[in-house]
Design a protein around this ligand. Structure first.
Ligand code: ZN
Length: 360
């Protein structure tokens, strides 16, 4: 499905972003910056480039070579959730395989991931439920990779995911909220995002129910602070720690078939753009807001959200091009130039493409 195309100026800018990211990655190909990191490292930048070939097919060959080189680069691959280390590599390979029609380096990463998961024996702690840095993210990446390789997930991976669901089942609401807090990076929305994936691959009968529980716990937390559900600060509006993370989990929830009728009873109200004009990033700023609106448009069939997303993207490019201070200073994905490229691609595809903010 084609989206509302962004205007010529923003398209030109997005192409310049692609060229800039390409040339920076090529220039440091003898020593990549954080080659196992999706958030701010070169792995995320390369992933964004590969994904943007839908918009700029002329860069397809170079993008593919760069991603392959980054995946092969020497690196510390210790397990740290879904955004860094072996989990990030597994997720990136799975994500890229759908675009490249191949699964580069999958066997090696699949073995490393299995090894690291087997080493993480119970008992579980709340630190394991951190999506970006914990065992939960590692499991999510494992299922994504198994799916991309068309394999049945390994028994140690299934056992680990089940133990995480059971750990949450045993926690009472108050302890769960106190231990996890809010947002997608490290909070309850992140747990919900992972558990919805566990549910889709049929891991544990309670996975979807517990995902909804996490989602509702976080939602009630915000409602109790602010009955009209209008987050005030930009931190409260962010994906990582705030209500945009909750929105990501709500969008993911629409893909399950249990009890979703209430999910959008506060339809997208947490989708408030940041108030500070310098906040542009995918993680905390306007690009993340655009990305979620486009993805939501696709899930719930509200095309007006696509139009809003396009307008805000054009605004984000204007702010950046004005040369005023903003938080974008690297080529990274979650806080850098690659975020522009990522969101431009999403808008171009009308939100009909997997999003990193939903860890799809
Ligand atoms: Zn953030």
């Amino acid at each position: 499905m084609a989206g509302d195309e962004i205007n010529e100026e923003s398209l030109e800018f997005s192409k310049a972003c692609a060229e800039s990211v390409l040339s920076k990655l090529e220039a440091r190909s003898d020593k990549f910056y954080l080659p196992a990191n999706i958030y701010g490292g070169d792995l995320g930048a390369a992933l964004s480039l590969v994904r943007s070939t839908a918009l700029f097919p002329e860069f397809a060959g170079q993008s593919r070579l760069l991603l392959t080189a980054i995946l092969a680069a020497p690196k510390d691959t210790a397990a740290r959730g879904v955004i860094d280390g072996v989990g990030a590599q597994a997720y990136a390979i799975a994500f890229a395989s759908a675009i490249l029609n191949e699964v580069p380096a999958a066997e090696k990463i699949s073995d490393a991931l299995r090894h690291q998961i087997s080493a993480r024996q119970a008992p579980r702690t709340s630190a394991d439920l951190d999506l970006l840095h914990g065992l939960l993210g590692l499991c999510l990446a494992g299922f994504r990779l198994a799916d991309a390789m068309a394999r049945t997930p390994d028994s140690s991976l299934i056992g680990c995911a089940e133990s995480l669901v059971e750990f949450v089942v045993l926690m009472d609401d108050r302890s769960l909220l106190a231990a996890m807090g809010c947002g997608a990076s490290h909070g309850l929305s992140g747990v919900a995002l992972a558990f919805f994936t566990f549910d889709r691959v049929g891991i544990h009968p309670a996975a979807a129910e517990q995902a909804l529980r996490c989602l509702n716990l976080e939602r009630h937390f915000w409602l109790q602070l602010e009955p009209t559900f209008d987050p005030k600060s930009d931190a409260e509006r962010s994906w990582c720690r705030g209500t945009a993370g909750l929105t990501a989990a709500q969008i993911a929830a629409t893909r399950t078939n249990i009890g979703i009728s209430n999910i959008f009873s506060h339809p997208l109200e947490p989708l408030s753009p940041p108030q500070s004009p310098e906040l542009l990033s995918l993680c905390c700023g306007l690009l993340g807001h655009c990305e979620l609106m486009s993805r939501a448009a696709n899930f719930i069939g509200d095309t007006s959200l696509n139009a809003r997303s396009k307008r805000e993207f054009e605004l984000a490019t204007k702010v950046f091009m004005s040369g005023k201070f903003c938080e974008i200073s690297t080529i990274g994905l979650f806080r850098g130039l690659s975020g522009f490229l990522w969101t431009a691609t999403t808008i171009h595809q009308g939100g009909a493409c997997p999003s990193i903010l939903l860890l799809e």
